[in-house]
Design a binder for this molecule. Sequence first.
Ligand code: ARG
Length: 584
Amino acid sequence: MQGGNILSREQLSGDGESGNPKLLTVRDTDKSMNIKRQLTNIFADAFERAGYAAEFGTVIVSDRPDLCQFQCNGALTAAKQRKANPMDVAAAVAGKLTERERGILTVEIARPGFLNISADGALLSARVNTLADDDRLCLPKADAARTIVFDYGGPTIGKPLHVGHLRSAVIGDAMYRIAEFLGHRVISDVHLGDWGLPMGLCIQWIIENGITEFGNDELKIIYPGASAKAKEDAEFAAKAQEVTRELQQGNEQYRAIWLQIRDISVADAKANYDALNVRDFDYWYGESTAQSDVGEVVARLDELGLLKDSGGAKIVELQRDDDKEPMPPIIILKSGGGELYSTTDLAAIIQRERDFAPDEYRYLTDQRQILHFKQVFRTARLAGFSSAEFTHIAFGTVNGADGKPFKTRTGGAMQLSDMLADVREILPDAKVATAAIRIADLQNQPSRDYKFELDKFTAAEGKTGPYLLYTAVRIGSVLMKAAEVGAEAGDYIAPESAKERALVIALDSAGEAILKAFSLNIPSAVCDCLFDIAGKFNEFYAEHRILSERDEVRRASWLRLLSVTRRTLIILLELLGVEVPERM
Ligand code: ARG
């Protein structure tokens, strides 16, 4: 690929008289415009001038980086619509580029009608220097900050956290960090499961067995014991139901035991979240906190005439004519008067509206709760509890190597603390272990199941957390060595080789990856970008001898490129809750 001249900063700052104002350097335009978007503008105009819709001008990063940096496939679709020859359409569009555009771009037309595009050194240089001068990846804060309630974590007290809770915490935490980075007002609430049957089961077991004192270790046995017993012993199960009901109505003895269970479980959850580097929650509210608003839920639904009697239970019909699938009614009160999981979720909405007036709610649970949230959201809308936007981010299962839900060696459900211990055995450094776990999870789109393979996820090579950390640490140590021998980073990057340019293009996509992660609820977009940057960096690093480079200007440019790369990796990792250690 041809080099193109490297222009000075002054030359790059734009003359304001070019034919296409969008081609002024980024210094004079919107900083958030990465090269891909600048190119999209150019090609949108060219398509229009050639008589086609601007939309065809969308430019993407090339899937054949050996041929070109970017590509535009619009001529193929445009030609199909017009029943024209795509090669002719592509040629017509290329012919509409201005002289200046032709001066800074290499455009080739490839069969069956692709526009293969490469930007010259000056354009890449302008962009990477802008990125280097900006400490937030040229990503402006949102113009209109939104108040967003993130509901994740959601442990059930009394029950130990299992690997399913890993996903809720890790994906939720990443989304929270990403939204905050974009300037939104973020609120996290763990929404403890602390008011349902598991409470009654534990309390009944504790009373029956005369247990007076217990800690986390005992609790780990109490719930499994009680839940197994309830399956075989109908009388025990009925008692636990009754205890749950009485707890909900304020029985003092039960409440005292419940508070103990709650304290122990919250402390345990905090320890697990700490180990995963999940930020402390803004609110440790739960189903029990929502209690005080249950009355209002019932009263308002009743006032609106939405509450129906169904065999003693109170329900709200949700089926609509345009539903393609059956939508069962939501149960608000059981026939005995007890409330349900749905009821407390509606009550929590009343509380959140009053306390936070959010623009948006994002909930994280596994996919088994899809129907539950559809019902809750629909009820909240129907009853006018909230006009905010509701999203349920429903994630898939963490499986073992056998493709079945992750189990311990003895066949029980894998507890989060056991999994953490297994990883720490291989990776004693806490930061590295956390990186291994979080990246193993976050590289998958939330909706997908994935296999947790300990050896694979803890390896130094491949798509792993340790690999990303090694890359960032390696760059740090090159920069340190450079400082020791008095080699300084320059204030100007002029990417010359193909490997350098590929790295610049990868760095330039970081801002967009963050926006994509935020709007589609896929932190995996940030993860993909990290692997792209790390891969491009390692290829660049393998090809260039940085510290022994004799040309000082070139070495200074490389060192600055290294520091932009390191900073970008650190920012993106931080958004995924991963911290880079000093050394490894
Ligand atoms: N405690 C629930 C569970 O373990 C998760 C809570 C999710 N949040 C909510 N508002 N329902 O499945």
